[in-house]
Write a protein that binds this ligand. Structure first.
Ligand code: ADP
Ligand code: MG
Ligand code: ZN
Length: 507
């Protein structure tokens, strides 16, 4: 149990990078074509891999670049045993070059690379260049790359990978064989997670597993990051409640009850539930997002025959949605969804998140009645809202008040996490939620102790996003990120002996 906790510090998605095509899940269409090329020896000079992050682009590029060189590929995959495979497994080899265009995007760096391309490979048949995030190259760097793509030497293969295919110039697109990586189906992610958990002796209930898999939203890497956080959070066996807490997702039972109140026009009940959730420390902007996705999902259930498949939700959540979808009509659900998404946008300009959410909920709960009763009804409605607002002591009489002067750093940080979610960086928000924050005189310091969080922060644009989120959360001090000492597998024994003394017997 304790051993698992320490293990979690080496991120799962790095330990479980597939080494062969057999281990790649959910990309059968890509794998089949590449394997056939290896088998027939009919290999191209330029490939473009596109698709959402964490769906296997880099992994497949690495496998392919070893497979084209392997002396005796096994079913199209690198054997891992021959001298070439062994040489190419060394990160210092000269034949497989990985370039991250996000950090090496200048024309000089591309020139340097393309200058060297004329030298033949040192170990295998091919020199393979993997250019990750190729859309980040500057215009002149693109042109330099294009020149090489036009007339590559026989021994060169380019694999370009990108999440933003629309940002790739047509001149480059037209020279590449293109492979679109798909979102990985929930079932496949579940199977992979189960395999990885079993491999590590981690127990996890089916319900919890499903929740982790669906949090990845089709990205294996994101699902594995969530799994990582759950392993360290739960310190052993992973429970459904633990996963919900890691994800910061609202308890589905409460959330469904709240949605039901809103749709039924029960303002009183809805405000009481919001108050309870607020007292529990629930972020109001996250709650607004959760409500919006619930209404959206209910609309799917109501209007799409294959909603179960599309939404890929745990069974009991789906059943609750079905009930809601059955009780209310599409117009009603749509109105509630509109109100919530509208409000989500406003969170960035306000620090009074609870008030904002309450106002939106009241509006959503009473909307159709206002429309039905016309002008006179609105007056009555306003009075009702004012009376209610007074009772919960929340709504100020006029407009929104400025931010309260004193906030504790934890609160600010939680807001940063939900702000990141709002900015479309949900994984980053989740990963950073468990960091420790401290507001100092001269800066806002955040201590990060998970490797996956640190890794995510290192991604292009991540730090800038956190800085923006911090500003939006009302803190103007500069952001300082400190990394806590990582615990590696080799550190586990000293860590445990530290904790329990030398007598401890670890297998
Ligand atoms: N299709 C997949 N099959 C198995 N594992 C995957 C797949 N896609 C991603 N992963 C996991 O996520 C990690 C990151 O994947 P990566 O290939 O770098 O994705 P991308 O380049 O598309 O962002 C891998 O190390 C692996 O653990
Ligand atoms: Mg990648
Ligand atoms: Zn080999």
């Amino acid at each position: 149990m304790i051993y698992n906790r320490a293990m979690a510090y080496t991120s799962l998605y790095r330990r479980y990078r597939p080494d062969t095509f057999r281990d790649v899940i959910g990309q059968d269409h890509v794998v089949r074509t590449l394997v056939n090329q290896i088998k027939s020896g009919n290999i191209g000079h330029a490939y473009l891999f596109t698709g959402t992050r964490g769906t296997g682009k880099t992994s497949v590029a690495k496998i392919f670049s070893r497979a084209v060189n392997c002396l005796s590929p096994e079913d199209g995959s690198p054997c891992g045993k021959c001298e070439v495979c062994r040489a190419l497994a060394e990160p210092s080899n000269f034949d497989i070059l990985e370039i991250d265009a996000a950090s090496n995007n200048s024309v000089d760096q591309i020139r340097e690379l393309t200058d060297k391309i004329n030298f033949p490979p040192t170990t295998g048949r091919f020199k393979v260049y993997i250019v990750d995030e190729v859309h980040m190259l500057s215009k002149s760097a693109h042109n330099a790359l294009l020149k090489t793509l036009e007339e590559p030497p026989e021994h060169a293969i380019f694999i370009l990978a990108t999440t933003e295919v629309h940002a790739i110039p047509a001149t480059i697109l037209s020279r590449c064989m293109r492979f679109d990586f798909r979102l990985v189906p929930l079932k496949k992610i579940e199977e992979r997670l189960r395999f990885i958990f079993d491999d590590n002796g981690v127990k996890c209930t089916d319900q919890a597993l499903r929740m982790i898999a669906s949090a990845g939203q089709g990205s294996v890497r994101d699902a594995l990051s969530v799994a990582d956080m759950c392993v360290s959070y739960c310190m052993g066996d992973i429970t459904y409640e633990g996963v919900l807490e890691v994800l910061g997702t609202s308890d589905p039972v409460r959330l469904t009850a709240l949605a039901d109140d809103i749709l039924a026009g029960n303002v009183d009940g809805a405000l009481t539930k919001i108050a309870e959730m607020s007292d529990l420390g629930k972020s109001m902007s996250v709650l607004a997002g959760d409500l919006a996705s619930l209404f959206r999902n209910a609309l799917y259930v109501k209007n799409c025959g294959n909603a179960a498949e599309l939404l890929a939700l745990p069974a009991e959540l789906f059943a609750a949605l079905k009930e809601i979808a059955g009780r209310y009509d599409t117009r009603r659900l749509l109105a509630a969804l509109r109100k919530m998404t509208e409000t989500e946008g406003e969170f960035r300009y306000s620090t009074q998140h609870r008030i904002l959410l309450e106002a939106a909920v009241i509006a959503a709960a009473t909307e159709p009645r206002a429309a039905e009763t016309g002008g006179a009804g609105i007056k009555e409605l306003e009075q009702r809202v004012a009376a209610l607002a007074k009772r919960v002591g929340a709504l100020p009489k006029q407009g929104f008040e400025p931010a309260p002067a004193k906030k504790d750093a934890g609160q600010v940080w939680r807001r940063v996490a939900s702000e990141l979610t709002r900015m479309g960086r949900r994984m980053l928000g989740i990963a950073l939620a468990e960091c420790r924050a401290e507001e100092k005189e001269e800066n806002f310091t955040v201590r990060v102790f998970s490797e996956s969080a640190m890794q995510m922060l290192g991604e292009p644009g991540a730090r800038a996003a956190v800085e923006e989120a911090l500003k939006a959360s009302g803190c103007t001090k500069p952001l300082v990120i400190e990394e806590e000492r990582k615990l590696d597998e080799k550190d586990v024994v000293p860590f445990l002996t530290d904790l329990f003394g030398k007598s401890l017997d670890i297998k």
